[in-house]
Design a protein around this ligand. Structure first.
Ligand code: ADP
Length: 789
C-alpha cells in the first residue's frame, strides 16, 4: 500500500501518461491485473515504467472503441492514478499488468495523443469525515453487502471480514464497489462521487437493486430446476412405461380399443350432446396408461354411454281389441281393472301416442299387479322391465353417484334402461309404498322427476352427467296400501284398486290359469293330474291364507311335484287328488279360519278385521271383575284400538241408565276387555262398535247373537263411522258361517265390489248409530241369566 508521503511526490507531477481502460474501472486501494494489447497503451505503460511507475487509468465510455477520441469525451474525465506493480510480457506481444490504485484524479486536458495520451490532471482529495449519518450509512451498506454475499456466492467470505474492519467510509464504499458485479456506468458513478456519504448512498441503492435481482434470479433458478426435474422424471417414467407396454404388447391393444370405441360411437346415432361428451372421454382414455385406475373408470363410463338405448325404439301396437284379448287370456276376473286399462289404451290409440297419467295399481300381494303390467307390455308390444322400490332409501339409488365416488354407478333408472335396451319399455315400479327417506336424501323427489311427464324428457343422472329422455317410457307403479305412498307422487298417478279375491274367484283362477301353468311347467298335461273343485277349495282354505293367489300357486306347484314323482316312479296315470289324499301331497292343513260361535253368549261379540292377507273374524270378550270401574285392555292392542275401546266405554257410561245398567257398577266392578290370539298385534278403530256391543252385553246380561258380525268405528256420541276393507271383511264373515254383517251406512258404496253371489246369501245391515247395532246384535235377556241390577 502506498502512503500519503509518496502521494505527495506523485501530485508534484502535473502530467502523466493515460491508459484508457475497456470495461473496467480501477478504484483507489484496489490491486488488480489486466491485459494490455493496444500499441498506444503499451507505449503509455513503457513511459510510466521509465519514471515513477505512475499512470492514469480511466475508462472508455464504450469498450468496443479501439481508438478512443479524447475530446468529444470517449474517455471519462474522472479516473484513478495507479502504480504499476508488475509487468509481464506475454509471447503473443500483449502485456499483463498488475496495478494498484492510488487516488481519484480529474483529467483536465490532453497534452499529447501520440504515441500515447498524456494528460494534465488534478488529484481529487479524499474526505474522511465521519458523522452519525455516514456511520448509519456504513452499517446499512455492510448489512446489504452481507446479504449480497449470501445470495451471490461469488464473493469469498473473507472479503466481508476485511470490509468489516474498515473505518474510512469512502474507502469502504470503494472496496465494496470493486467487489460488486455492477455495470460500468454505475461503478463510474461511484468513482465520480467525491463525498463518502454520496458514495455510500449510491452504493446502497445499487446494492438493493442487485439484491432484488439476485433474489429473483434465485427464484427463477429454483422454479426452472423444479420444472426440469418434473419433466425429466415424467419423461423418464413415460419412456419406461412405453417400454413396458411395448414389451407386453399393450400399446397396440390400446390404440385398437380406442379405435373400436370411436367406430361404435359413430354407428350409434347419439344425441349431439352425448356424442360430444363420449368423444371427449374417448380422447381422454387414449391418453391414459391402460392399467391405471382412472382409465378403468373412464372406460366404464364410455361403456355405459355406448350401451344405453339413446334412440332405439320398438313399434307400438295400439289396438284395443288385441289388447283386450291378451288381458283376458292372462287374467281371470279383474273386470274393472281391465276396463280401465283398455280405456287408457283406447285414448292412446286415438291420440296415436302413449302418454297420460301414470297407472298405479294398489292391492294386496299376489293379486296379479305385476302380471297385469306384464300383460299390458305384451299387449302393446313393448319390452317389460321391473324395478322394486322396496327398501330404496337413498336418492343416489335412483339417480346414481357422481363419478368422483369410488365404484360409482348410474342409478337404478338408467340401469333399467340398459336392461330394457329400448327407449320405450314398460317399466313397473314395484312397491312404491315401501320406499323410505332418510338423511341421504328423499328418493321420492328423484322419482317425481322420473314420473313427471313435464320433466322426464331430460332426466339427470349424476353418473351420466348428460340427460336421458324417459318421456317414451310407460310407467306403471304398484303398492300394497295408500298409506306409504308419498303424497306428491300419489297426486301424479291414477290409482286403480285391486282388492283380494273371493274363494270362488280363486277357484276359477286356479282352474283356468294356475293349474294349467303349473302342470305344463312340471312336464304334465291337464289329463294326467285331476284335482276336483272340492279339493281345490280345500287347498285354498286349508293351506293358504292370502288375498291374492301367490301362495295358492305355490301349493299347486307342490301338488304337481309330488304327482310328477308318482308318475315317474309308478307310471300310473292319471293321478287323482282327493279330499282324503290331499294331505299326502301337501301335509296337514295349515290354517283354519275363525268361525262363528256355536251359541249366543254374554259379553262376547264377533268383529271383522282386515289384515294384509285378507279379512278375518275377530272375537271380543268382556267380563266383569270386582274393582273400581277401571277398564282393563289386553290382547296386544294398538293405541288407536285402545282409544276406541275407551270411547266405547265412556259412551256406554254416559247412557247407562237408558240402557238399563246400574250406574253404580263402577263402584264395584272393573271391566276387562280381551281380544283373543293375544300374540298377534291388532290395531285400528274398526272394532269400536264390536267392543261397545260386548261391553253392553256384559253389563246388561243380554247375549250377543252368534251369527252376527260387525265392523265400524264408534264416536263418543254413539255414531258409527265408516271403515276400510269391507270386501275382505264380508268375505271372511261369509267363510266363517256368519249370517248377518253389520256395517256403517257410509260404506254402502263398497258393497258394489262384493260379488253378488255372496251379498245374496249374507244379510248386510247398514247402520248409523249404536242403537241400530244393538237392535240387530243383542238377543233378549236369556232365561235364568243373572243380571247385574
Ligand atoms: P302381485 O304383483 O300383485 O303381488 P303377481 O302379479 O305376482 O302379484 O301375481 C302372482 C301370481 O298370481 C302370478 O303368477 C299371476 O299370474 C297370478 N294371478 C294373479 N291374479 C290373477 C288373475 N286374476 N288371473 C290369473 N292369474 C292371476
Amino acid at each position: 500500500m502506498s502512503n500519503s508521503g509518496e502521494l505527495k511526490t506523485d501530485v508534484m507531477r502535473e502530467t502523466l501518461p493515460l491508459l484508457p481502460l475497456r470495461g473496467l474501472i480501477i478504484f483507489p486501494y484496489m490491486v488488480s491485473p489486466f491485459e494490455v494489447a493496444r500499441d498506444k497503451s503499451i507505449s503509455a505503460l513503457e513511459e510510466a515504467m521509465l519514471y515513477d511507475r505512475l499512470i492514469i487509468l480511466s475508462s472508455q465510455r464504450q469498450a468496443k472503441v479501439y481508438e478512443p477520441y479524447p475530446e468529444p469525451g470517449d474517455i471519462y474525465e474522472v479516473g484513478t492514478m495507479a502504480e504499476i506493480k508488475q509487468l509481464l510480457k506475454l509471447p503473443d506481444g500483449t502485456i499483463r499488468v498488475l496495478v494498484e490504485g492510488r487516488c481519484r484524479v480529474n483529467i483536465n486536458c490532453y497534452q499529447q495523443t501520440e504515441p500515447h495520451y498524456r494528460v494534465k490532471f488534478d488529484v481529487i482529495a479524499e474526505c474522511s469525515e465521519k458523522n452519525v449519518e455516514t456511520e448509519a450509512l456504513m452499517r446499512s451498506t455492510l448489512y446489504q453487502f452481507e446479504q449480497y454475499i449470501k445470495l451471490s456466492k461469488k464473493i469469498p467470505p473473507e472479503v466481508m471480514t476485511s470490509v468489516n474492519n474498515l473505518e474510512d467510509p469512502g474507502r469502504m464504499a470503494d472496496i465494496i464497489t470493486s467487489n460488486l458485479n455492477l455495470k460500468l456506468e454505475e461503478k463510474q458513478e461511484i468513482l465520480e462521487a467525491v463525498h463518502p456519504r454520496e458514495r455510500l448512498e449510491k452504493l446502497c441503492s445499487f446494492l438493493v437493486k442487485e439484491i432484488d435481482i439476485l433474489e429473483m434470479e434465485r427464484k427463477i433458478h429454483l422454479r426452472v430446476r423444479k420444472q426440469m426435474e418434473k419433466t425429466q422424471k415424467e419423461y423418464y417414467l413415460r419412456e419406461q412405461m412405453k417400454a413396458i407396454q411395448k414389451e407386453l404388447g399393450d400399446q397396440d391393444d390400446r390404440t385398437a380399443e380406442v379405435e373400436e370405441l370411436r367406430n361404435k360411437l359413430a354407428q350409434l346415432n347419439l344425441p349431439e350432446e352425448v356424442e360430444e361428451k363420449a368423444l371427449k372421454e374417448i380422447d381422454r382414455l387414449a391418453k391414459m396408461p391402460p392399467m391405471s385406475a382412472e382409465a378403468v373408470v373412464v372406460r366404464n363410463y364410455i361403456d355405459w354411454i355406448l350401451v344405453l338405448p339413446w334412440s332405439k325404439l320398438t313399434e307400438d301396437r295400439l289396438d284395443v281389441t288385441t289388447a283386450e284379448q291378451i288381458l283376458n287370456e292372462d287374467h281371470y276376473g279383474l273386470e274393472k281393472v281391465k276396463e280401465r286399462i283398455l280405456e287408457y289404451l283406447a285414448v292412446c290409440q286415438l291420440t296415436k301416442q302413449l302418454k297420460g297419467p301414470i297407472l298405479c295399481l294398489i292391492g294386496p300381494p299376489g293379486v296379479g299387479k305385476t302380471s297385469l303390467a306384464k300383460s299390458v307390455a305384451r299387449a302393446i308390444n313393448r319390452k317389460f322391465v321391473r324395478f322394486s322400490l322396496g327398501g330404496v332409501r337413498d336418492e343416489a339409488e335412483i339417480r346414481g353417484h357422481r363419478r368422483t365416488y369410488v365404484g360409482a354407478m348410474p342409478g337404478k333408472i338408467i340401469q333399467i334402461m340398459k336392461q330394457a335396451a329400448t327407449k320405450n319399455p314398460v317399466i313397473l315400479l314395484d312397491e312404491i309404498d315401501k320406499m323410505s327417506a332418510d338423511f341421504r336424501g328423499d328418493p321420492a323427489s328423484a322419482l317425481l322427476e322420473v314420473l313427471d311427464p313435464e320433466q322426464n324428457c331430460a332426466f339427470g343422472d349424476h353418473y351420466l352427467e348428460v340427460t336421458f329422455d324417459l318421456s317414451k317410457v310407460l310407467f306403471i307403479t304398484t303398492a300394497n296400501t295408500y298409506q306409504g305412498i308419498p303424497r306428491p307422487l300419489l297426486d301424479r298417478m291414477e290409482v286403480i284398486n285391486i282388492s283380494g279375491y273371493t274363494e270362488e274367484e280363486k277357484l276359477e283362477i286356479a282352474k283356468r290359469h294356475l293349474l294349467p301353468k303349473q302342470t305344463k311347467d312340471h312336464g304334465m298335461t291337464m289329463d294326467e293330474l285331476i284335482i276336483p273343485d272340492l279339493v281345490l277349495r280345500q287347498v285354498i282354505n286349508g293351506y293358504t291364507r292370502e288375498s291374492g293367489v301367490r301362495s295358492l300357486e305355490r301349493q299347486l306347484a307342490g301338488v304337481c311335484r309330488k304327482a310328477a314323482r308318482e308318475i315317474v316312479q309308478t307310471s300310473k296315470k292319471p293321478i287323482r287328488v282327493t279330499k282324503t289324499t290331499l294331505h299326502k301331497f301337501l301335509g296337514t292343513e295349515k290354517y283354519h279360519y275363525n268361525v262363528a260361535e256355536e251359541q249366543d253368549q254374554i259379553g262376547l261379540a264377533t268383529g271383522l278385521a282386515w289384515t294384509e292377507v285378507g279379512g278375518d273374524i275377530l272375537t271380543i270378550e268382556v267380563t266383569l271383575v270386582k274393582g273400581k270401574g277401571q277398564l282393563i285392555l289386553t290382547g296386544k292392542l294398538g293405541e288407536v284400538m285402545r282409544e276406541s275401546a275407551q270411547a266405547a266405554y265412556s259412551y256406554i257410561r254416559s247412557r247407562a241408565s237408558e240402557l238399563g245398567i246400574n250406574e253404580d257398577f263402577t263402584e264395584h266392578y272393573d271391566l276387562h276387555v280381551h281380544v283373543p290370539e293375544g300374540a298377534i298385534p291388532k290395531d285400528g278403530p274398526s272394532a269400536g262398535i264390536t267392543i261397545a256391543t260386548a261391553i253392553v252385553s256384559a253389563l246388561t246380561n243380554r247375549p250377543v247373537r252368534k251369527d252376527v258380525a260387525m265392523t265400524g268405528e264408534i264416536t263418543l256420541r254413539g255414531r258409527v263411522l265408516p271403515i276400510g276393507g269391507l270386501k275382505e271383511k264380508v268375505l271372511a264373515a261369509y267363510r266363517g258361517g256368519i249370517k248377518k254383517v253389520i256395517a256403517p251406512r257410509e260404506n254402502q258404496k263398497d258393497l258394489e265390489e262384493i260379488p253378488a253371489n255372496i251379498t245374496r246369501k249374507l244379510d248386510i245391515e247398514l247402520v248409523e248409530s249404536m242403537d241400530d247395532v244393538w237392535r240387530q246384535a243383542l238377543a233378549p235377556i236369556s232365561e235364568g241369566a243373572s243380571t247385574l241390577n
